[in-house]
Write a protein that binds this ligand. Sequence first.
Ligand code: AMP
Length: 215
Amino acid sequence: MKLIIFGPPGSGKGTYASILEKKLGIPKINTGDIFREIIKRKSNLSKKIASYVLSGKLVPDEITIQVLKKRLAKKDCKNGFILDGYPRTIQQAEALEKISSPDLIINLVVPQNVIIARLSGRLICPNCNAIYHKIFLKPKNNEICDKCGSKLIQREDDKPEVIKERFSVYQKQSKPLIDYYKKKKPFGNVKCNKVDIPPEVVVERILKKIKELGF
Ligand code: AMP
C-alpha cells in the first residue's frame, strides 16, 4: 500500500505514521527527518537546506523531489510506504505520480488549539527521530528517549515565530493539495479533536478509514 498521511504541522502525522509502519509493515518516509539528517552532515547542501527548515519555509521542490526519489528507490519501499510530510506542493504531488503513484490519502483534521498545544510541548530524539510530548506523550525517564537513550530536544523550528511561518506556508502551499487529491484518489478525513487522545485511538480511526476506502 502506498499511503499519504496529510495534515498541518503538529497534526500528529509523524507519531501516527510511526505506529502505522509497524502495523502495516511498510516504512514511514518523512522528508523533514531526511532533511534534519542532511543538516547534521554539514555540507554545502546542508547549509542551504538548513536556511529553509530553520525559517519555516519549504525546501525548494527540485531538491525535495530528488531526495524523495532517492529514498523511494530503496528496497524497503518495494511493498509500499507511508509518506509523512510529502507532498507539500502541487508540483511535488505531480512529481510523485511519475515516481510512484500513491494509492490513497488520509487527511488529519485537527483544530488549531490542539495543534498549538502539540507543537509547543513537542520533544524529539535527535538520534532516532522518535517523537514525544512534555505532557501528553511523556518518555518513561525525564527527557530521555525510550528507544535509544539519547537526550530529547525541542526542534528549533517549534519556536513560536517559526511555527507561525510554517502555518502560513501550510495554508498557502500545502492545503490546496486537499482539493487536488479529493478529485484524484481515494481520500478520507480522520478527526483528532482533542490534544490528549491516545495515539493508538487515532491510529485505529485511520485503519478503519483505510478499510472503508477499500484497502
Ligand atoms: P516536518 O518535520 O515535516 O515538520 O518538516 C520540517 C521542515 O522540513 C519543513 O518546515 C520544511 O522546511 C522542510 N520540509 C519537510 N518536508 C518538506 C517537503 N515535502 N517540501 C519542502 N520542504 C519540506
